[in-house]
Design a protein around this ligand. Structure first.
Ligand SMILES: Nc1ncnc2c1ncn2[C@@H]1O[C@H](COP(=O)(O)OP(=O)(O)OP(=O)(O)O)[C@@H](O)[C@H]1O
Length: 243
């Protein structure tokens, strides 16, 4: 459950989308932050071997593209499908990979995300938060000691967010989880590390290290993050100086 990225460079249409990106994560929860176009999704696609890249990417010491089998990926935009049930959505990828215990894996994954009771429901009937949890179960069912979650908190209501954060806390106990988010307010016990990207690694460290004004200024002009009793709270200067 370790991910090691060394000197990763991705060029698309002649432009450097990622340049000399290096970091390691081992059974940690890493929040991948950075502005639009910073290369966060591209980093995930490179780990999965879906874009051409230079550099070394290894999962549990496996650096060839078979490493992708050890990675669970939840993309930013989730297809609701039309006729699939929750069970089919979670079970079928594991079955198509001919995993002998596909049904047991799907069952366990659905229990982990607390959707087992809803397994016969059509996918389209789920709320956004439930759909996100179903997508996480789908990734868990095919493997996934390293989980890559692209914006799982987007479009999720506050109650769904609490449920998802609770699930993420559980998942990180036995896995390496990378999650992208533009929402930097979060409980202080969630992220072990913050990877602040802007095509290069701007900073990689603990939230206290990266959420400092000095580091954030390198990427965001008007953003501040305060550590409060509620966790890290992100405010922009228009809140700090109301009109
Ligand atoms: N298929 C592609 N061909 C060429 N350039 C691409 C392609 N996909 C993405 N890019 C470019 O790569 C850069 C990084 O995109 P990426 O989606 O990785 O950023 P991101 O940090 O995930 O952004 P966001 O926060 O908006 O989701 C962007 O400038 C984008 O235009």
């Amino acid at each position: 459950m370790s991910l090691s990225v060394r000197s990763l460079t991705v060029i698309r249409d002649g432009t450097y989308v990622l340049q000399d990106v290096s970091f390691e994560a081992r059974r940690e929860f890493v929040l991948v932050a950075g502005p639009n176009g910073a290369g966060k999704t591209t980093l995930f696609l490179a780990v999965l071997g879906l874009v051409p890249y230079r550099g070394d990417i290894c999962v549990d010491g496996v650096c060839a593209e078979e490493r992708a089998r050890r990675v669970g990926y939840v993309p930013q935009i989730l297809a609701r499908g039309f006729n699939a049930t929750v069970w089919e959505y979670v079970h079928l990828p594991a079955k198509f990979r001919k995993l002998s215990d596909a049904a047991a894996r799907a069952e366990e994954a659905l229990k982990i995300v607390d959707l087992y009771e809803l397994r016969e429901r059509p996918l389209y009937s789920l709320s956004s938060g439930q759909l996100q949890r179903a997508a996480i179960a789908r990734a868990l069912a095919t493997g996934g000691d390293v989980l890559l979650l692209d914006e799982p908190l987007a479009n999720v209501d506050p109650q769904g967010r609490i449920e998802l954060l609770q699930l993420l806390r559980e998942l990180k106990k036995s896995r390496t989880v990378l999650m992208t988010s533009h929402e930097l307010s979060m409980p202080s016990d969630l992220a072990d590390k913050i990877l602040l990207l802007n095509r290069r690694v701007v900073a990689y460290g603990t939230p206290d290290q990266v959420f400092s004004e000095e580091v954030l200024r390198k990427v965001y002009t008007y953003v501040r993050i305060a550590k409060t009793q509620y966790g890290y709270v992100c405010v922009t200067e228009d809140y700090a100086h109301p009109h």
